[in-house]
Design a protein around this ligand. Structure first.
Ligand code: EPU
Length: 333
């Protein structure tokens, strides 16, 4: 197997952090993957590298999951099942589906990352979560080296959450994901304000129109990781009690909220961080994006620790100002 040693991961994480892997290998087939797992017990998995902040060198074998391919199964009058391999780039897969007129994931256009990692944090945007299209997935059990199937239910999806972040964390490598998509009568969701605004001159938007609108919105707010290193939303939007929300509302009358349950609401972390004065601020080589305060950025040569320190500073201030504990959404290593 062609291993690299002392290998820079700068091009393998969207934050663009320059840490080294003691050993690195990119695997393109399932049998290679099994071989690597037999040869190495101490592994670190890497997909698109879009949801992680690396703060130190990795003294393990970093395994880059580079499995490719897309298969179309059971096509009916109205639906199709599409299985994509884990290493497929998520956005390219979305665009490919739109080109085939397969609807369902257009709202998730331009999200960084790979197909194999989209279920782990149940990626979501613009009123839509990927769990709503996933039928099942296959994952390699790292212990037994057997492929196991997980149905949608077995994935225990939640807001930016799944079983792969909890009960079975670190125990599986997702190898492919099967989606159920529409081939006609697409159930589009354009309820999100900014999408309506973007589509106001189009009467019957197609899935391609929606995708284009979302690409335009994301490009206007979110930094392109190829230009400025980042990992999308760095924190989760916190869910707080109605009591706390009512208390905050008397002080901050414009605080936005989304209903969650009878006793709780979700508030946008981006709003809290902006209100706390961090938006657009830089601290050395890293900072808080000037158009979306939920996104931390690497201006070029930041270390992961610098970014992590900013995150901790933000968490402390948000706790002090609003009595809210912000939870980091990206994986910090
Ligand atoms: N807001 C501010 N200041 C900011 C940013 C946001 O006041 O700097 C306010 C906005 O005015 C709005 C509210 O916060 O009232 C929500 O903002 P936005 O619509 O930008 O969405 P978000 O809640 O900040 C979430 C996802 C994003 C996703 C967008 C759009 C999470 C953690 N983030 O952000 O996902 O693209 O909604 O649906 O749920 C990601 O996970 O990497 C990601 C980018």
């Amino acid at each position: 197997m062609p291993y690299f040693s002392n290998f820079s991961l700068k091009d393998y994480n969207t934050f663009g952090i320059d840490v080294k892997a003691q050993k690195f290998i990119s695997v393109a087939t399932l049998s290679q993957l099994k071989e690597v797992l037999k040869e190495n017990k101490n592994i670190f998995l890497l997909g698109g590298g879009s949801n992680m902040l690396l703060t130190k060198d990795i003294y393990k074998t970093v395994v880059h999951v580079n499995l490719h391919g897309v298969i179309v199964n059971n096509e009916t009058d109205t639906h199709v099942e599409v299985t994509a391999m884990a290493g497929e780039n998520w956005h390219e897969f979305v665009l490919w589906c739109i080109d085939q007129n397969y609807g369902g994931i257009e709202n998730l256009s331009l999200i960084p990352g790979n197909v194999g990692t989209c279920p782990i944090q149940n990626i979501g945007a613009y009123g839509f979560e990927v769990k709503d299209t996933i039928i099942s997935l296959e994952a390699l059990n790292i212990e037994t080296l057997e492929i196991e199937k997980f149905t949608n239910e077995e994935c225990e999806f939640g807001y930016r959450n799944s079983i792969f972040k909890n009960k079975v964390k670190g125990k599986y490598i997702i190898t492919n994901v099967t989606f159920k998509l529409t081939t006609k009568d697409h159930q589009t969701n354009t309820s999100y304000g900014a999408i309506q605004e973007e589509l106001k001159d189009i009467s019957n938007p197609t899935i391609k129109d929606i995708s284009n609108a979302i690409i335009a919105i994301r490009n206007s707010k979110l930094p392109n990781p190829k230009e400025i290193g980042n990992s999308g939303s760095f924190f989760k939007n916190p869910v707080i009690t109605i009591e706390l929300f009512d208390r905050l509302k008397t002080k901050y009358s414009t605080i936005p909220s989304y209903p969650v349950s009878d006793t709780t609401v979700k508030v946008p972390a981006g709003w809290l961080i902006e209100k706390a004065g961090f938006k657009g601020k830089s601290f050395g080589n890293a900072g808080v994006h000037n158009k979306q305060a939920l996104v931390l950025v690497n201006y070029g040569n930041a270390t992961g620790k610098e970014v992590h320190d900013i995150a901790k500073k933000i968490q402390r201030k948000i706790k002090a100002d609003f009595d809210i504990s912000l939870e980091i959404e990206v994986n910090v290593y």
